[in-house]
Write a protein that binds this ligand. Structure first.
Ligand code: SF4
Length: 322
């Protein structure tokens, strides 16, 4: 399979008043052409910062080290001009908060058309007709009329579909969707996921779906990377993760997925406790305080990712004693 993105030993740090906050630590993964990778974890696990670092969009107090390549072209610390050419063209990102991601004072159609004029050199008339076609593909009703709407005049679901249209306009090779369904009701969530599924089926675009909700990745993704406290703790195919999770954190996430509980009438169990403070991480396993399987070794020795058969990986001491 052709590798499109290769991330090696990525570290992302944020300087705060009195410390250096490790948002992402020693992260390595690859993304293949045409595949959908689910990146799953709780808030603060480093999911979004990984891809913001890749696109050169970290906040001013953030810095990334390691390597992230796109077709062998290094993205970390690439010149602004290079990133501007790639972003929105070859690499596109859909954000959770569509209202702040769109320019509030500009009509939707003009915002989309501008991308085609800038990246593809289309005339305004050519861009308008391509934008109208794309608005129809993402099921925006009455696209001619909506072309002239401002973002605040649309519902959250419609804006999210506009964001996906914006991301798809230049036929990107990689589409990163960051919690694209979180703020939406169940019906619109299903529409957005269907849209991404159609994109996956009909194009060679690689999709990264970032979410805190394992249920969202089930029907769409090929592989899953589970993140906790800035590190990858498990990798596997969707089937492997759902049928035979190896890491206790993944097991906890799965238990809280509706439909996975053995008795559908009981309340879904949440993972007890909270993720650790990134400014004060424990010496051993970051999940130890919440883990039902924790042993003495877990409090003093951090588990490394352990590669098993079938390309599975898990960072847990249980793996190398089983
Ligand atoms: Fe639990 Fe120990 Fe595995 Fe961490 S290393 S997940 S604490 S068993």
């Amino acid at each position: 399979m052709r590798t499109v993105v290769n991330c090696k030993n990525l570290n992302v740090r944020f300087r705060t008043d009195d410390s250096l906050l490790p948002a992402v630590s020693d992260l390595s993964f690859s993304l293949n052409a045409g595949e959908c990778l689910g990146v799953v974890g709780e808030s603060g696990s480093g999911k979004s910062q990984t891809f913001l670092a890749m696109l050169g969009l970290l906040a001013d107090n953030g810095a990334a080290t390691g390597s992230v390549t796109f077709h062998h072209q290094e993205l970390l610390h690439a010149p602004r001009k290079t990133l501007d050419t790639l972003r929105g063209n070859k690499l596109a990102m859909v954000f959770q908060d569509s209202l702040s991601a769109l320019t509030p004072t500009m009509r939707i159609g003009d915002q989309l058309a501008e991308v085609l004029v800038r990246h593809k050199g289309l005339s305004k008339a050519q861009a308008r007709s391509k934008v109208l076609a794309m608005l129809e593909i993402v099921s925006i009703p009455d696209a001619d009329h909506r072309y002239n709407s401002y973002p605040f005049e649309m519902s959250g679901g419609m804006r999210q579909r506009v964001m996906i249209a914006l991301a798809m306009l230049c036929s990107p090779e990689v589409l990163i969707a960051d919690e694209p369904t979180t703020a939406l009701d169940v019906t619109v969530q299903a529409q957005v996921l269907r849209l991404l599924d159609g994109l996956k089926r009909h194009t060679d675009t690689s999709i990264v779906l970032i979410t805190h909700d394992l249920a969202v990745v089930a029907g769409l993704c090929d592989r899953i990377m589970i993140m906790y406290a800035g590190r990858a703790v498990e990798f596997g195919s969707v089937r492997q993760i759902f049928e035979n999770p190896k890491h206790p954190y993944t097991m906890g996430l799965l238990r809280s997925v509706p439909g996975m509980a053995s008795d559908p009438d009981i309340d879904l169990p949440a993972i007890p406790g909270q993720p650790p403070n990134l400014e004060d991480l424990p010496d051993g396993c970051s999940f130890a305080a919440r883990c039902a399987y924790a042993m003495e070794r877990c409090t003093v020795e951090r588990p490394e990712l352990y590669r098993m058969n079938n390309n599975r990986q898990s960072a847990c001491h249980l793996e190398d004693i089983s």
